[in-house]
Design a protein around this ligand. Structure first.
Ligand code: IPE
Length: 270
């Protein structure tokens, strides 16, 4: 049975978030090879859309200019220039690494066609993306700036783009690979009592939401809570779609998650 999978390579996985504009080329190379292996093993049965975060490339410029808040000062439009440039540079690196590994990837610049209203993604152009997908190519999207009808400009995260694309393309699974083993009940880097949540569904959502609300984030797109909330609402609206949040730092995880062998790690949302 043919499967459509969306895979996000999180900004914390492909960049060093503690240092500005610093990619993790070795991790990227390994991830690209895992993707290539999975595509080879999956053959015609696996169709893939890749998204990637911006990590230490976009978030730093976007928080400097408060881009997510819109046109709030004389530097806001220069902020658009800076963030588009920063995320574009990272996209070039991701693209080159995917192409070197033999993945037939083609980029779609979200800034060129995404439209938001007060940070809500209202439109994202999909015609060409759907066409290339039909021919076995791998579309690549990424967190970017958007022109916002109400506030001038805003930020669209990869999760928002996936949400929009999912309602049209109806993927079987959404995989979010980051630097953590999954969703924790707190910030595992600062709180040793934080525990990994293996499953999120309607029976424990309220509890998880409350726990994550207290987790520390410095992320312009809302950190883990926003990502998990987006995925929870999406999977709830579109059963039997599932989302898996897991660590892409562990070699082999991305490959096995792509091939549907991911149920024994990470956090499954459905
Ligand atoms: C953030 O995109 C985009 C910008 C800050 C410009 P994401 O939300 O998809 O990226 P990560 O994974 O948090 O880095």
């Amino acid at each position: 049975m043919s499967e459509l999978v969306f895979l996000k390579l999180g900004g914390s996985l492909i960049t060093d978030k503690s240092s500005p504009n610093t990619p993790r080329p070795d991790a990227l190379k390994r991830l690209a090879l895992e993707i290539k292996n999975a595509l080879e093993a999956g053959g015609d049965d696996l169709r893939l859309v890749i998204g990637h975060g911006s990590g230490s490339f976009g978030h730093i410029a976007a928080s400097k200019h408060k881009t997510a808040q819109g046109d709030i000062g004389p530097e806001s439009w220069q902020g658009v220039v800076d963030v588009v440039a920063a995320v574009g540079r990272l996209n070039r690196l991701v693209m080159d690494t995917l192409l070197e590994a033999g993945v037939p990837a083609v980029p779609f610049q979200p800034f060129a066609s995404a439209r938001t209203r007060k940070e809500q993604l209202m439109y994202f152009e999909t015609y060409s993306l759907k066409e290339v997908l039909k021919h076995g190519l791998v579309p690549v999207v990424y967190g970017d700036v958007s022109i916002d009808a109400v506030q001038g400009m805003s930020i669209v995260s990869t999760e928002k783009l996936f949400d929009n694309l999912a309602r049209e393309l109806i993927p079987d699974r959404i995989l979010l690979a980051g630097d953590l083993d999954g969703v924790y009940t707190g910030n595992p880097k600062t709180n040793p009592a934080a525990g990994l949540v293996e499953d999120i569904d309607h029976t424990n959502w309220a509890e998880v939401e409350m726990a994550l609300g207290g987790a520390l984030t410095v992320d312009v797109t809302g950190g883990m809570l926003a990502k998990v909330r987006d995925m929870y609402h999406l999977t709830l609206a579109m059963p039997p779609m599932q989302a898996l949040i897991f660590s892409g730092l562990e070699p082999g995880n991305v490959e096995s998650a792509l091939l549907g062998q991911g149920a024994n790690f990470g956090t499954l949302i459905n």
